[in-house]
Ligand binder design. Sequence first.
Ligand SMILES: N[C@@H](CCC(=O)N[C@@H](CS)C(=O)NCC(=O)O)C(=O)O
Length: 305
Amino acid sequence: MAELILHHHDPSPFAEKIRLVFGLKGLSWASVQVPMIMPKPDLTLLTGGYRKAPVLQIGADVYCDTSLIARELEQRFPEPTLFPAGHVGLGYALSRWSDKAFFEPGAGLSMGENEGIPQEILDDRFKFFNFMDFGDMPAQMPHCYAQFQAQAQLLEDELAAIDTPYLTGEAPSWIDIQAYFSVWMANTNIPRAEELLEPFPHINAWSGRMEQIGRGERSDIDASRAHAAAHDAEPQEGIGVAANPFHDFVAGDAVNVMPDDYGFDPVEGRLTGLDTRRIVIERYTDELGSVAVHFPRAGYRIAAA
Ligand SMILES: N[C@@H](CCC(=O)N[C@@H](CS)C(=O)NCC(=O)O)C(=O)O
């Protein structure tokens, strides 16, 4: 199998979810650092326009969004599993809690309480994070603190109620990672993290265990090597377009795909796969040849191009 290449930036909490999956599964991976703001020509050459971090590349297959990346890694590397106690559907369903309810106030605090953030990053996120009102950041900080702690309390209550080291038992799972990434973001990016998390002793003890998972074996490469890997490979055989009474798409259709929450950058390609779990489109560029770009079905919109 071609090497695992993660296109990400080190401060990215979403990328941290996948770095933890590498740790949990004991995987070796290559890291390509992507700029934190647009333009990102080396990334968008691969994705066709999707700009978010992280993106996983394996040869000429490019996987967008942490929920699909986790699914793909679980399929290719089933042991150790991300679901030691089952709960697969629940684990993926938690993305909406993890990525919205818990992440958004943490992102607000990371932006609003860090004086050192360069203006160009704030300007970029102003256009990107439609869930935040950048108009008067200081006025919103009390609400962000309250919302972050309200979500942390849910996690604290859950951890207090169980007598196992991780949320679903003796081994860490995708559910732990979904719950942990905002705690990691707080500890890494929010200046008053210690005070913020002080009321939650179970979270603090569990965080120490989560850190023990590690991040797998990382090597650093540059984007040209990733591009060569795409160029030298062919996309994996597609999953096909499943017939469904609620859409008219067939294989080969020219379509646009984009997230339905924020970062509305459409990616155009030829549809090769569609079911209730994922969307796959194939794109051709002179630089890379054919590349398949994969998105989760949940949270992504597809339209005729
Ligand atoms: N739903 C996406 C969200 C990814 C996301 O929003 N990532 C942030 C970084 S933590 C991002 O892309 N920010 C803008 C950027 O880095 O350009 C996922 O699960 O991967």
